[in-house]
Design a protein around this ligand. Structure first.
Ligand code: COA
Ligand code: AMP
Length: 267
């Protein structure tokens, strides 16, 4: 989209988080121009008030300028759906996808057990893809990826790509942006996620070889237990640099990749 000469070209990171009695309910963020802040504050407030996890008693909106020179532009990952019929086959297919990406069987089993345990984290686990050891400084908090969005042109392209497949929802759009940033981390091997939103049963594995591979069932509907894990190759991984990249560096995804035909799980 062309920015008119009368409009400011300053960009802002706008972030919303909603909680009740100190418990996190929802969060969302965008990177936008000054002119969009007003309307977007209202959109994010409405979103905070309408979450399936219930009504918040605290809504925070944070707005900060973003240094345009610091913005990194990235493509979104390719998208594939592996059509699984239930949670058991979804988890099995996700395991296979992680093994295929180069995560060891030990790391897969340990991480999936931790994800299903219901021990809610405030971010993602950072896991050594070989040993399964946890690498993040605070294992209760985890690593929280932030400061990311799509350009307006990429958002329109993504809408056109996802709509005919019935996939144009905030879960898929936002997970794609997050996965694009995470997979650009040096040493990245794979990501595993299923949502803690009780109304959303799908999850995904992202990897450099296959992109974003979604499974319609990785947990039962009604289950509020979710989580996320980033698997890394410690030989090529620098923890401090990765935290700075994932949590602080602004990213705009400006290219949409392909949607591949649906797949059946391999046995
Ligand atoms: N779960 C639990 N607590 C959370 C949380 C989460 N997902 N996100 C924020 N909080 C709470 C924590 O107490 C946190 O303190 P901590 O850093 O000690 O954990 C506190 O809020 C402040 O978090 P911070 O990240 O500094 O707030 P922020 O206002 O800058 O950004 C979010 C908040 C939620 C927008 C941002 O962290 C985020 O997750 N962005 C990605 C949103 C997104 O696209 N999600 C979709 C992924 S599929
Ligand atoms: P969600 O897809 O938003 O339901 O989140 C699923 C899980 O991912 C949560 O339980 C958190 O553990 C983790 N998570 C949520 N937001 C982030 C983030 N911004 N960065 C990393 N992990 C996150």
């Amino acid at each position: 989209m062309l920015i008119s000469a009368t409009m400011s070209s300053t960009l802002y990171s706008i972030r919303m988080r909603a909680s009740r009695c100190g418990e996190h309910i929802s969060g969302a963020e965008r990177i936008v121009r000054c002119e969009e802040l007003d309307a977007l504050s209202a959109v994010l407030t409405r979103r905070a008030l309408a979450h399936p996890k219930g009504e918040p008693d605290d809504i925070r909106i944070t707005i900060e300028t973003v240094d345009p020179a610091a913005i990194v532009h990235l493509p979104l990952p390719d998208i594939t759906t592996v059509v699984v019929a239930d949670v058991a086959s979804g988890r099995l297919a996700a395991r296979q996808e992680l093994l295929r990406a180069g995560v060891s069987a030990t790391a897969v089993e340990q991480t999936m057990a931790a994800l299903g345990s219901g021990c809610a984290m405030r971010g993602a686990m950072l896991v050594d893809a070989q040993s399964g050891a946890r690498l993040e400084p605070d294992p209760l908090r985890g690593v929280r990826v932030s400061r990311m969005d799509l350009t307006a042109a990429a958002a329109a392209e993504l809408h056109a790509l996802l709509s005919p497949r019935g996939l144009d929802n905030p879960h898929v759009r936002e997970a794609l942006v997050l996965a694009a940033k995470v997979r650009a981390t040096p040493g990245f091997v794979a990501e595993l996620c299923w949502s803690d939103d009780p109304d959303y049963s799908a999850g995904y594995v992202s990897s450099p070889q296959r992109g974003y591979v979604r499974f319609p069932w990785l947990k039962p509907l009604g289950d509020p237990r979710g989580g996320r894990a980033f698997f890394v190759d410690c030989r090529h991984f620098d923890l401090a640099a990765a935290l700075e990249w994932l949590e602080r560096t602004p990213v705009l995804c400006d290219r949409v990749s392909a949607i591949h035909p649906d797949e059946s799980p391999t046995t």
